[in-house]
Design a binder for this molecule. Structure first.
Ligand code: BYC
Length: 316
């Protein structure tokens, strides 16, 4: 019996169901339904691609960071994102795909990556705001994934979340420095928040009523909360942080609802979200072209590594 057999003996299916019901982890050696495996590959690959493409908007400011200290921090963060991509591709490989195949799908635009990385980084404040809002949203979304039912993904997420937490703090700290600076610096932060707030809310995915995958992913213990639940958590978390920074979140509908003990907020522009995830966002073409070029430029490294591995194997 292999992991991909269509009709498992009833006991294997029962064992899988019992593992999920008891909130234990499914491991690569365990039988799993094909649809569970495919859902995980889809989500983990999309997540890995996001980490790798996510290096581009921040990498854009490496040569223009305002001080050596800021440059060193940003460099470390961008390198961390590469590491996250690697952990995640490794987790996907335990499901029987290889990263070469996943990379091909990314550069052929056959697999998605997070919508957020299709927006340009236009000012230095964007780097702080990405740390605060984008990494903040990433944490809200990813902490529950540490309890995902698939063991290798859950374990990768524990490590990633620790690093994301540092990323979020460095972003916030960098914004604190700017808002305590000149008027021009404060304006730069506000202008950046105005651009990144709504795309950050979209990171959580479509509204629950329009999310085809949530119900099944929650039944399998892959997702632990719906997209709207996590979006709400993120809004509630961000409002007091915005107050401390002295910035305004660009949503006239945003207000505390005493009855719900949560903030009410406006609706993201879902047509913009659909355009961005279908390849028509402001930087989609540029991001994929850059990734494609990097892949082609790295061909000699892959060839050399392969030749070296073959040589070692022949010697052994
Ligand atoms: N962008 O049924 P739904 C990071 C797609 S990296 C693009 O709700 P699901 C970071 C979705 O894939 C951030 N596509 O889907 C890195 C589906 O399309 P397909 C990445 C999106 O999977 C560097 C369709 O819309 N984080 O944090 O149940 C620096 C319907 O959606 C998006 C992860 O990947 C989107 N925003 O829920 C800083 C976390 N949203 O595949 C930070 C792991 C939805 O059917 N992933 N789609 O063609 C998840 O938690 C879930 O996959 C999502 C979507 C909540 C994103």
């Amino acid at each position: 019996m292999t992991a991909t057999d269509e009709r498992p003996p009833a006991d294997l299916e029962a064992q899988f169901d019992a593992t999920i019901a008891a909130d234990r982890r499914i491991e690569p050696r365990d039988w799993m339904p094909e649809a569970y495996r495919k859902t995980l590959i889809r989500q983990i690959a999309q997540h890995a691609h996001s980490e790798i493409i996510g290096m581009q908007p921040e990498g854009n400011w490496l040569l223009r960071a305002p001080s050596l200290r800021r440059k060193a921090i940003l460099l470390a963060k961008v390198q961390d994102e590469a590491g996250h991509g690697m952990y995640l591709y490794a987790a996907a490989e335990t499901l029987g795909v290889d990263r070469e195949e996943l990379t091909e799908k990314l550069i052929d635009a056959k697999q998605k990556y997070s919508s957020i990385f299709n927006y340009p980084t236009l000012s230095w404040a964007d780097i702080g705001v990405i740390g605060w809002l984008v990494d903040g949203a990433a944490i809200a979304n990813q902490v529950p994934l540490c309890r995902c039912s698939y063991g290798p993904y859950a374990r990768a997420m524990i490590r990633i979340c620790k690093e994301e937490s540092f990323h979020q703090r460095q972003g916030y700290e960098s914004l604190l420095a700017l808002v305590n600076g000149t008027d021009a610096q404060r304006e730069m932060v506000q202008e950046s928040v105005d651009r990144w707030w709504w795309p950050s809310l979209m990171m959580f995915g479509p509204a629950d009523g329009d999310s085809p995958n949530t119900r099944q992913s929650m039944a399998w213990g892959i997702k632990r909360h719906t997209n709207d639940e996590l979006r709400q958590r993120f809004v509630d978390m961000s409002v007091p942080q915005a107050r401390t920074l002295g910035v305004t979140l660009p949503d006239p509908a945003l207000r505390w609802n005493d009855e719900r003990q949560a903030h009410d907020f406006g609706e993201p522009d879902w047509s913009e979200f659909q355009a961005v995830i279908s390849g028509a966002g402001p930087a989609n073409q540029q991001r994929l072209a850059h990734r494609r070029r990097a892949h082609e430029n790295g061909a000699w490294v892959r060839e050399a590594a392969r030749a070296y591995a073959d040589k070692r194997e022949a010697r052994a």
